[in-house]
Each structure stands twice: as structure tokens, then as C-alpha cells.
Design a protein around this ligand. Structure first.
Ligand code: NAG
Ligand code: NAG
Length: 203
């Protein structure tokens, strides 16, 4: 929620985190995994090249989909979008549980308390946004309907800002690396979900 000078540093940190995954991604060996269907490989390749706002590393995308057995059964991109949304909501719930637990031992008036409270609010906001988008995606009538894909991708991407705000806050709590990592993955999942909606623009 809070806007601080760390908001300038934040994109640099995310870039640094992402750039560490680039060399391994270049090997392109992901498609050799028996659990990755052609649809998953294609969707992740697309999401790593074309983006609504920010691309997502192909390897992160594939391993995320592979972590959910439902992915293998996905018939089309629409199915994958729901799977991506479910995974994101599941991860968000774990992050919320983590924050809730940490709040139990946080002392009033401390930096720790402030950071955790802001992240708690950020995650609540994220959850509402994702629930709204989920309903919008379910109502999507295809290209001929009233809704345009941009609105769906933009809806999902709205969840990026609260996770970014929590990340800004977490700069003041460097000892909580696990929560920072969880939050970084949430940011990636939001990119993945919004990018999956991009090819739906094609009539
Ligand atoms: C990937 O991108 C191409 C070109 O934009 C598009 O035609 C195709 O439907 C996309 N496939 C998936 C699974 O995202
Ligand atoms: C395939 O998916 C299942 C269930 O998610 C997992 O247990 C298994 O290790 C995966 N296999 C490979 C080759 O990734």
C-alpha cells in the first residue's frame, strides 16, 4: 500500500531475479518433460515472448503448470487460464496464511508489524481482484462478445500492483526471505495469468 523510495528499486530487483533464470531457460530442454503437453509448451513460449505488460520466464511458467495435474487435461488456452488462476489463488492463500501466522508474534509499533499489516491488506486486495477476474473470465463470450480480452488481461494484471506494494514493504524486513520469495512468485503468476489471456484477442 505504501509508496516509498523503494518503489524505484523494486523493478531492478525483480529484473535481477528474473535475469538469473534466463541462462537456464536458453537451453530449451523444458519441452522434454513428459508432463508438459504441446499446449502447455506453446502457451508458456508465448507468455515468455508476448506479454500484456511483462513477460514471464518460460521455465517458471512450465514448472508452475506441471505442478498442477489438471494442466495435462487442459484442452485449450481457456482451460489453462483457469488452471493458472487456481494456482495463483492457491499460492496467494499460502502467502496470506504465512503473513497471518507471522502477525501473531509481531509486536505493536514495530516495523515488522507495519510491513505485515500492509502486506495483509495488499493480499486481501489481490484476492478480491482475482475473484472478480475469475468471474469475468467465466463470462467471456469469445471475441464476438461485449468483453474484450484486453479487459480480462488488464483485470488480472491489476493484481500486480498490490503484490508490488507488498514487495516494496518487504524491503524493510530483509530477514523474511521466505515471504519475499513467495511474493516474487505471486508477481510471476500474475504475469503468467495475464499473458495467457493475450492470444484470445485473435478472432
Ligand atoms: C501462441 O501465439 C500464437 C501467435 O500469436 C497464437 O496463434 C496461438 O494461438 C498461441 N497459442 C497459445 C497456446 O497461447
Ligand atoms: C508429473 O506430474 C506428477 C503429478 O504432478 C508428478 O508427481 C511427477 O513427478 C511429474 N513427472 C515429471 C516427469 O515431471
Amino acid at each position: 500500500m505504501a509508496i516509498s523510495t523503494t518503489s524505484i528499486i523494486f523493478p531492478i530487483i525483480v529484473f535481477m531475479l528474473l535475469s538469473t533464470t534466463i541462462p537456464t531457460q536458453a537451453s530449451g530442454s523444458c519441452s522434454g518433460n513428459s508432463n508438459a503437453t504441446d499446449l502447455m509448451v506453446e502457451a508458456c513460449k508465448n507468455a515468455s515472448i508476448n506479454s500484456y505488460v511483462k513477460t514471464v520466464p518460460e521455465e517458471f511458467c512450465l514448472s508452475t503448470l506441471q505442478s498442477d495435474i489438471q494442466s495435462i487435461k487442459a484442452k485449450d488456452l481457456h482451460d489453462l487460464v483457469f488452471i493458472a488462476m487456481d494456482i495463483t489463488k492457491g499460492r496467494l492463500n499460502s502467502a496470506r496464511a504465512m503473513v497471518k501466522k507471522m502477525l501473531q508474534n509481531a509486536k505493536k509499533g514495530t516495523v515488522r508489524m507495519r510491513v505485515l499489516r500492509f502486506c495483509e491488506v495488499d493480499y486481501e486486495e489481490m484476492a478480491s481482484i482475482l475473484n472478480i477476474c475469475d468471474a469475468m473470465i467465466r463470462n467471456y463470450q469469445g471475441y464476438t462478445g461485449n468483453m474484450r480480452f484486453e479487459e480480462l488481461a488488464s483485470c488480472v494484471f491489476d493484481a500486480y500492483h498490490p503484490a508490488g506494494a507488498c514487495e516494496d514493504e518487504l524491503q524493510d524486513m530483509p530477514e523474511e526471505a521466505a515471504l519475499f520469495q513467495e511474493n516474487t512468485e505471486l508477481l510471476m503468476l500474475v504475469r503468467m495469468g495475464s499473458n495467457f489471456l493475450v492470444p484470445m484477442a485473435v478472432p
